[in-house]
Design a protein around this ligand. Structure first.
Ligand SMILES: CCCCCCCCCCCCCC(=O)SCCNC(=O)CCNC(=O)[C@H](O)C(C)(C)COP(=O)(O)OP(=O)(O)OC[C@H]1O[C@@H](n2cnc3c(N)ncnc32)[C@H](O)[C@@H]1OP(=O)(O)O
Ligand SMILES: Cc1cc2nc3c(=O)[nH]c(=O)nc-3n(C[C@H](O)[C@H](O)[C@H](O)COP(=O)(O)OP(=O)(O)OC[C@H]3O[C@@H](n4cnc5c(N)ncnc54)[C@H](O)[C@@H]3O)c2cc1C
Length: 647
């Protein structure tokens, strides 16, 4: 590959960008100093020869992939410890390096220690008493033990009240006896459970004094700490009394049960991970859209005008319509995720002081934001892949693996439909409160004002779009509420009525979430614009407008159904969309440069900073062991005899 050459198209793109991408980088990182720290941290890991790929992991066996992953995870851990010793890393960095964008670049096929940091330690922190935290956290933090989170069973993932594993308290020995007696009660799916972890938080039905008290978390040793041999299977496994995490519900030594202030506090780790997923989904989307945007600036194909040379494919408006909404979606999810993270931290500290009032609203928002961000990021990444034509299909483009990672988010930590129905449950109550004149929580306040007016004359502004989306959400919530109640009035019992209305309930929940995202994104941009250069402010505003217009246009049917919009208004919206695509076009490469994703994290010949797409693609395929010899043995073994026999 020619050294130090920069693709000419990308050079031109960088010259025409209206703002300085560095300003965007500093904004996203939280300041120049933070950017420098992040870059240093990335360099510290990515420049380590032991962590760089010798060959793409595609060519390794399943077993080899696992062994490489463990080796790298251990190197990464030691390096994080070094940073920690220098006061340069905390829990947040552990998550970033072991689970986030940087981590997934180093450990492309997953991190065997991921669940240890993302769920095992947070569960002990959130569910353990002070004494239990003191006992377990430092051991876990220093990797004296390796944990995972074992909740899902072969028979149940969603309906956790239906888990079959039991933990029965035996006051005679002051122990719990854990049992997974059936095939369907096997713990199934927990990351690291197979070969890596030697401890787990096991979620089981608690029995004491003959009464079932529902699911609770227990620390269970899975493997010997020295030999790593598995402990005897899950039949009558005994663990000491203080291995039940007892910050919330407790069993006293005599077997009496002390209820938690809310049974849902046991579900705290799930809320935490859902909140983290929103940011994580956004980051994967920004990686995919960086790849597809740079590639589209370098790739020339076909004609716009017969008389002109083949254009960059980024000049096709349909290509812009595929990619620029993904750029905007990144920002929308980034700001909504940041908002949710703040709310999570505030509500968590309220819970610490016994205030539970805002837990239902946090749960409702975390559920729908996790669902919508996972689904939209997955769909956006797939759009980016398709936008790269055949080259996007290649594994080395990194787009298929990125899609694979993000589509898993749709299922794990609460399957999306199930989570949207949880939010719908909250919305149905909110609508009832609205009808009854009861106070509403902040995220559903809009129901009151929308109920009073279904009107609103079109004007070209994001606030008009926000009001329209709130109108759609309120309309859908009202329709689902009315349909469900009609069924109940006709004698259908409320559970069946819920199931029969669930298509509309899910749609209402999605509409509520989209309205929330547009509003949060808009408010964030409004706050930022005065503090950045005029050029960056303009670019950020255009992206926000694009997100709003595009989201509304994707819901034309709903808009026509729930507002008094005219066909003329719709034409105006379409024109606005096209104007925005044209306005964003010169800045597209600058925006993805502003994301400042290291080439080693991009890990794609299509998306490197220098734009040497074809040279890098060639270099990539030459790594395949299949290309090492001109004739593969299978020719002599199988093809040649077959060809001979035909003669
Ligand atoms: C940087 C690092 C990046 C790392 C990225 C991440 C990688 C991570 C890798 C991770 C890998 C993947 C790891 C994994 O996958 S770990 C396994 C994750 N598993 C799940 O998420 C299971 C999903 N299921 C559930 O959460 C529950 O069973 C649901 C919610 C479905 C029903 O439950 P249940 O049947 O018990 O409840 P109900 O429907 O009768 O409702 C009863 C009431 O409870 C309220 N309620 C319900 N839930 C909550 C809650 N949480 N907080 C507060 N309240 C809650 C609810 O609003 C209702 O309130 P009300 O209406 O009565 O007032
Ligand atoms: C990559 C990955 C990693 C995972 N890691 C872990 C882990 O570390 N620890 C752990 O404990 N678990 C883990 N899981 C399990 C995960 O949490 C569950 O798969 C998830 O919660 C969904 O549950 P399920 O598989 O039982 O799906 P199901 O609930 O069986 O879903 C199947 C279908 O049924 C529908 N459905 C189910 N219930 C309802 C309902 N009430 N209303 C309407 N529709 C419904 C769903 O919408 C879906 O379409 C992981 C899963 C994956 C894919």
């Amino acid at each position: 590959m020619p050294a130090n050459t920069m693709n000419e198209d990308l050079k031109r793109e960088r010259q025409r960008c209206s703002f300085d991408p560095k300003e965007l980088t500093y904004l996203l990182d939280g300041g120049e100093e933070k950017t420098e720290e992040r870059r240093q941290r990335e360099k510290f890991f990515l420049d380590d020869p032991e962590l760089s790929e010798t060959a793409p992991s595609d060519y390794l066996s399943h077993k080899e992939k696992y062994e490489h992953a463990v080796k790298k995870a251990c190197i990464v851990f030691k390096k994080v410890q070094q940073l920690q010793a220098q006061g340069k890393a905390g829990m947040q960095n552990f998550r970033e390096v072991l689970g986030g964008q940087l981590g997934s670049a180093i450990l492309r096929d997953g991190n065997p220690l991921g669940l240890h940091y993302v769920m095992f330690i947070p569960t002990i922190m959130g569910q353990g008493t002070i004494e239990q935290q003191a006992e377990w956290i430092s051991k876990a933090w220093n990797l004296e033990i390796i944990g995972t989170y074992a909740q899902t069973e072969l028979g149940h993932g969603t309906f956790i009240r239906g888990l079959e594993t039991t933990a029965t308290y035996d006051p005679a020995t002051e122990e719990f006896v854990l049992n997974s007696p059936t095939l369907t009660s096997y713990k199934w799916w927990p990351g690291g459970l197979g070969h890596t972890a030697n401890y787990a938080v096991v979620v089981a039905q608690l029995y004491s004094q003959g009464i079932c008290h529902g699911i609770h978390p227990f620390i269970v040793q899975l493997r010997d700490e020295e030999t790593h041999l598995p402990m005897p299977g899950f039949e009558n496994v005994r663990i000491p009394w203080n291995y039940m995490l007892m910050k919330n519900g407790k069993v006293l030594k005599d077997g009496s049960y002390v209820k938690s202030p809310s049974s849902k506090l046991t579900y705290g780790t799930m809320i935490f991970v859902r909140v983290v997923i929103v940011q994580d989904a956004a980051n994967y989307l920004r990686k995919a859209v960086t790849i597809a945007t740079r590639y589209s600036a370098v790739r020339h194909q076909s004609h716009i005008k017969e008389s002109a040379p083949e254009p960059q494919i980024l000049d096709f408006v349909t290509q812009q319509h595929k990619l620029f909404p993904q750029l905007a979606t990144y920002f929308a999810l980034h700001y909504s995720g940041a908002w949710l993270w703040d709310m999570y931290n505030n509500v968590t500290s309220e819970l610490e002081s016994g205030e539970l009032d805002r837990l239902p609203e946090l749960h409702a928002l975390a559920c729908c934001l996790k669902a919508v961000s996972a689904a939209d990021a997955a769909q956006g990444i797939e759009t980016c892949r398709l936008a790269c034509g055949g080259h996007g299909y290649m594994s080395c483009s990194s787009l298929p693996i990125t899609y694979g990672l993000v589509t898993a988010m749709v299922t794990y930590e609460g399957e999306n439909t199930v989570l949207l129905l949880q939010t719908a449950r909250y919305l149905m109550k909110a609508w009832q409160n609205c009808l009854d004149g009861q106070p509403l929580t902040p995220s559903v306040q809009y129901l009151n004002s929308v109920r009073r007016s279904f009107g609103g004359v079109y004007h070209k502004s994001v606030p008009w779009i926000i009001a329209s989306m709130q109108r759609i959400a309120a309309g859908k919530i009202e329709t689902a509420h009315r349909h469900m109640n009609d069924k109940i009035k006709r004698g259908v019992n409320s559970e069946d009525a819920w199931n029969e209305t669930s298509i509309e309930l899910v749609a209402a929940s999605e509409a509520h979430c989209k309205a929330f995202i547009v509003e949060t994104y808009y408010n964030s941009v409004q706050q930022i614009v005065p503090s950045v250069s005029q050029q960056l402010g303009k670019a950020l505003t255009e992206l926000c407008e694009l997100y709003a217009v595009n989201t509304l246009l994707k819901n034309i049917g709903d808009l026509l159904r729930y507002s008094n919009v005219t066909t003329g208004d719709l034409e105006n919206l379409q024109r606005w969309l096209e104007e925005l695509l044209a306005a964003i076009r010169p800045n597209a490469v600058g925006i993805v440069d502003g994301f400042d994703i290291n080439d080693a994290i991009i890990a794609s010949p299509l998306g490197a900073y220098d734009g040497n797409v074809y040279e890098r693609l060639f270099a990539e395929v030459s790594k395949s062991p299949l290309n090492a010899k001109p004739v593969n043995e299978s020719f002599h073994k199988y093809l040649k005899p077959l060809l001979k026999s035909k003669m």
